[in-house]
Design a binder for this molecule. Structure first.
Ligand code: FES
Length: 132
């Protein structure tokens, strides 16, 4: 079996949490902020220095709001769905686990249920051109 990733994690790089601000719940008021925008605002307010929260418009997982992604240099990128807008604390705790896990691979038994249920995709880090 080939190695899981080609690039080592880069130490001291913050985790980027992308949040879809266009995700909407059926219960969202038509003229109010969408669930994704509310979650992004809560994350931006609560995030510490190790996490960069980046609002984005659509991660193509529109049927599973709210969608977020975790990424960092040298680490696998994960995309998750189904986060309610009140999930900021859970997401930031998971981002800390992601930052501490080798290559961002949080062991399955250590993942919060929301991550186990909500995982949509995982994408390996880009190939290291220096290693070719
Ligand atoms: S609207 Fe949120 S993923 Fe498309």
């Amino acid at each position: 079996m080939p190695a899981l990733a080609t690039a080592p994690p880069v130490a001291d790089q913050p985790v980027t949490v992308h949040v879809c601000v266009t995700c909407r719940l059926a219960a969202d008021a038509p003229d109010g902020p969408r669930a994704g925008a509310r979650l992004a605002a809560a994350l931006q307010e609560a995030a510490g220095p190790g996490v960069t929260v980046v609002p984005v418009e659509c991660l193509s997982v529109c049927k599973r709001p709210v969608t977020v992604g975790f990424s960092a240099p040298g680490r696998w990128t994960y995309v998750y769905g189904d986060f309610p807008p009140e999930s900021a604390d859970l997401i930031l705790a998971a981002a800390a686990q992601y930052a501490a896990a080798p290559q961002g691979l949080i062991p399955w038994r250590e993942r919060p249920e929301a991550l186990k249920r909500g995982v949509v995709a995982r994408i390996p880090p880009p190939a290291d051109p220096e290693a070719a």
